[in-house]
Design a protein around this ligand. Structure first.
Ligand code: CA
Length: 109
């Protein structure tokens, strides 16, 4: 029935695994970096490298690869885009502190 259709690149469960994996990594960073004081707001400010008050995809990618040290074998570039789609809840192309906090409240355990 599905002949000729491209395969679905991401199943919801794979997407969730990526989100869960990245959340755990960020939580670990929170615990180990005392200068953050357990504050998601401070973490967001750290990620917001140009202090615009918004994260863009490049900032998120930089931080996750260089600081949180997520390898491409763990989370591919494509999967980062899936993650970004979850973070950028309103699809504006930027992630606000509100969206970031909402993401953490929802997924960080
Ligand atoms: Ca947004």
């Amino acid at each position: 029935m599905n002949e000729g259709k491209p395969p679905t690149p991401f199943t919801p469960s794979r997407g969730l695994k990526v989100v869960d994996f990245v959340c755990k990594k960020m939580q670990r960073q929170m615990k180990h970096d005392v200068s953050l004081g357990g504050s998601w707001f401070k973490l967001f400010q750290r990620y917001d490298r140009d202090s615009s008050g918004q994260l863009d995809f490049g900032e998120m990618e930089y931080v996750l690869r260089k600081e949180v040290k997520i390898r491409k074998t763990e989370v591919s570039d494509e999967e980062l885009h899936v993650l970004w789609g979850t973070l950028d809840a309103d699809g504006s192309g930027q992630v606000s502190i509100k969206e970031f906090a909402g993401f953490m409240r929802r997924y960080a355990r």
